[in-house]
Design a protein. Structure first.
Length: 276
């Protein structure tokens, strides 16, 4: 099967997330993206805008040595945007004004001033704050907002810091970060399939799914129950990551064939909801 899939951890940062004022949609989006590229997210957490908390979590992640660590949130101009300060402390890479990042911020405020969205393009201290990057970091152009993303290669792990606004985060990932992701993941692939089965008792399916999981440990198999009832139909989710998309699809198809055979043998009807 080749080398192991790249691993990742994700930290969504912001007091508003922990207060329940804002729902974190960035983490699920990144999980889907990384799975689709052939990676595996090993850990994800919500963190407050607290430098010491973020620092401790990042230090823990660096000890675990995942290939990638993503952060979302905390890159803006206000005092509570502290993610990069925590990154600097966790990595021993002090913050310094990055010329390219400063150019990005300056150009953005020139455009915003020209459009009448801000009163002045002046590079005030809060605006210059967004150009303070950990030593050795590379800024990632933000075509939607003002704060650049940050790519920081370390010995075992690459840190990728992204804005918390979903539109900004996605624009950076799908734009400036794309070359790095392509170089890191290559042709690695992900495949998934969802099935609906005429069975409302998850415990009846459990031994069947466990047997297939033992035969095909590379495939993730999970039943999803919502309620009990005579008309309840359970969903089964199959997914696999492999060095190439073709291998991933082949694994999922093999698991599907085994599953359909076993379901039919037990008199349980099924249907495919979608391939992915």
């Amino acid at each position: 099967m080749g080398s192991s899939p790249p691993t990742a951890e994700i930290f969504a940062i912001g007091n508003e997330l922990l207060l329940g004022e804002v729902v974190d949609t960035n983490t699920p989006w990144l999980c889907r993206l990384l799975a689709g590229l052939g990676g595996r997210v090993r850990r994800a957490a919500l963190l407050p805008d607290d430098v010491e908390v973020i620092r401790a979590e990042l230090e823990g992640a660096l000890r675990r040595k995942p290939d990638l660590v993503f952060t979302t949130g905390g890159l803006g101009p206000t005092e509570d945007d502290r993610t990069l300060m925590a990154v600097a402390l966790a990595t021993g890479r002090p913050l310094e004004e990055h010329p390219q990042a400063l150019q990005m911020v300056a150009a953005r405020y020139q455009d915003l001033a020209a459009a009448g969205y801000v009163a002045s393009p002046e590079l005030t201290p809060p605006r210059r704050k967004m150009a303070l990057l950990p030593q050795g970091a590379v800024p990632l152009a933000n075509p939607v907002g003002a704060a650049p993303g940050v790519l920081l290669p370390l010995e075992h792990t690459t840190l990728i810091c992204l804005p918390g606004v979903p539109e900004e985060m996605k624009a950076i990932v799908q734009g400036a970060l794309t070359p790095y992701l392509q170089s890191r993941f290559g042709k690695a692939g992900f495949a998934e399939l969802r099935m609906l089965v005429d069975c409302g008792d998850e415990s009846r399916l459990a031994p069947l799914l466990e047997d297939i999981q033992r035969q095909l440990p590379q495939v993730y198999i999970k039943s999803r129950a919502r309620a009990f009832g005579p008309d309840v139909r359970l969903r089964i989710y199959l997914s696999a990551t492999a060095p190439t998309p073709e291998e991933a699809h082949a694994l999922v198809e093999e698991a599907r064939r085994h599953l359909e055979e076993r379901l039919a043998k037990d008199g349980i009807a099924s249907e495919i909801l979608n391939h992915g």
